[in-house]
Design a binder for this molecule. Structure first.
Ligand code: ATP
Ligand code: MN
Length: 457
């Protein structure tokens, strides 16, 4: 038994606990860290920093704080094996540390103190955490025997207000209760927030009812990014900014004002022959940086860079006359689908977050003029087949008692709301992709950003 982890091994009966047996290993260049939320006799968080092949560990009763004014008690405990940073599960009752362990955060860390070994001996270690939920500089200061203080440095890298924002595992998405009941791991969508995207005014209220803050919206886009990005990245975007929230002024922006490596810029000659700068989102960094700039609603083009002149995604928007029943709107969606099916065109459905549904048709990329003709012909086919029910004419008078099949979005420079985009409308609806089976059960503005919805993704 390696002497280094003897305390760790002595305390545990490995026939009873599923925690890993302590073996020290050689440290590589990169140093890992983890934080585990440990619901034991006393609920606490464990901070573990890799050094010399083991995890130096502190039990932090209140957990780390993002606020540099807080001094959190951190009790130095026995070193843990490096493999412990993956551990999540239950430790049987009666055993040492009996309770439930959730992997709350992990990542790499860098010592800021020159020689971390000596700094630890002296009782003062400065370090930089590069985790998902914890980022930035921290200090550990020893003040009495095993009692240390964990303090956030004032480095302005504070993404969140409070660790209680995160009550699920960073590894499996489960809550403490779900881990305790050994529920299956959930799909986990959290991605590392990229250094440099600092969220200012996280507590600014964007929607009053339900109360949704800017941080809530950041967390929503962060969690939905793995689903949203494949559908929107490299498509030119326009965004709607609402710096004072949904009830304040809104700005529709299609030019880049915010430069970073997550965003790309391209010059396009518009229909009038003028050159304009457009932009696109490349990755989660670009997406979150837009949200940081108060862009909460995203609209996208039907083509992608570098093939801006080869559109590949038709959008049909069903806009019902104001008094038309939802039943009729749903019927319209299915009528359009039947035509697309006949044409052997695949189609996807999403809610608009407003009054209607959008039908998305991926097509082989083609020219804009061809693209527009296809869209127009399909809309006119609907009108020919059911002239009482549909119109392909934009005018409001012609719409009376009918549904306007809006095909006009399928031209160079036109946009439609992006899948998974939040809408800056009352109650924070989302333009949400749904399955055809869900058409009859989900209203166009039914899926909304709530605290509950955020956990769902
Ligand atoms: P609903 O179901 O309520 O009709 P929708 O998304 O279909 O929702 P709108 O939000 O009214 O409809 O959008 C209409 C079109 O205009 C979309 O193609 C959108 O990209 C675009 N658009 C939205 N806001 C602006 C704006 N301020 N300036 C220019 N175009 C905009
Ligand atoms: Mn519409």
């Amino acid at each position: 038994m390696p002497k280094k982890l003897s305390k760790y091994n002595q305390k545990r009966d490995f026939k009873k606990t599923s925690e890993p047996i302590g073996k020290s290993v050689k440290s590589k260049k990169k140093l890992h860290f983890c934080v585990q939320h440990h619901a034991a006799r006393k609920d606490h968080y464990d901070l573990r920093l890799e050094l010399n092949g083991v995890l130096i560990s502190w039990a932090v009763p209140k957990g780390p704080s993002y606020n540099p004014k807080d001094k959190r008690l951190a009790v130095h405990v026995e070193d843990h094996p490096l493999s412990y940073r993956h551990f999540e599960g239950t430790i049987p009752k009666g055993e040492y540390g009996g309770g439930t362990v959730m992997l709350w955060d992990y990542g790499e860390w860098d010592p800021i103190s020159k020689n971390p070994q000596i700094s630890l001996k002296k009782g003062s270690l400065k370090f930089y955490l590069k985790g998902n939920r914890l980022r930035g500089a921290w200090t550990l200061i020893k003040y009495k025997e095993n009692n240390w203080l964990l303090i956030k440095e004032n480095d302005n890298i504070t993404l969140y207000d409070d660790i209680s924002y995160f009550n699920t595992s960073i590894k499996t998405g489960r809550t403490i209760e779900e881990i305790a009941h050994n529920f299956k791991a959930k799909k986990i969508n959290e991605e590392i927030i990229i250094e440099g995207v600092k969220i200012t005014n996280p507590n600014k209220v964007i929607f009053k009812n339900p109360k949704i803050t800017k941080l809530d919206i950041v967390l929503y886009y962060q969690s939905i990014a793995p689903l949203m990005l494949p559908l929107i990245k490299n498509r030119l975007v326009s965004v709607i900014r609402a710096p004072s929230g949904v009830n304040g002024p809104k700005f529709f922006k299609k030019h880049l004002e915010n430069t970073n490596s997550g965003l790309g810029k391209i010059k396009i000659t518009n229909n009038k022959g003028n050159k304009e700068d457009y932009y696109y989102i490349k990755n989660i960094k670009g997406l979150i940086s837009e949200v940081q700039m108060n862009s909460f609603e995203f609209h996208i083009w039907g083509s992608k860079v570098p093939n801006i002149n080869k559109p590949d995604m038709l959008v049909f928007d069903l806009d019902p006359d104001k008094n038309l029943s939802l039943k009729k709107v749903r019927e319209g969606v299915l009528d359009l689908k039947s035509i697309l099916d006949e044409l052997n065109l695949n189609s996807n459905l999403k809610t608009s977050g407003g009054k209607g549904y959008h039908i998305i048709v991926p097509i082989k990329n083609t020219s804009w003029s061809n693209f527009r003709t296809i869209a127009k012909n399909i809309a006119e086919l609907m009108v020919t087949k059911w002239p009482q029910k549909y119109t392909s004419n934009m005018s409001k008078e012609k719409r009376e008692g009918k549904i306007f099949i809006d095909w006009f979005r399928n031209t160079l420079g036109a946009t439609s709301v992006a899948p998974y985009s939040l809408r800056l409308r009352e109650k924070a609806p989302i333009s949400m992709p749904i399955s055809w089976d869900e058409l009859n059960t989900i209203k166009p503005n039914e899926i909304r950003l709530t605290k509950k919805a955020k956990n769902k993704f």
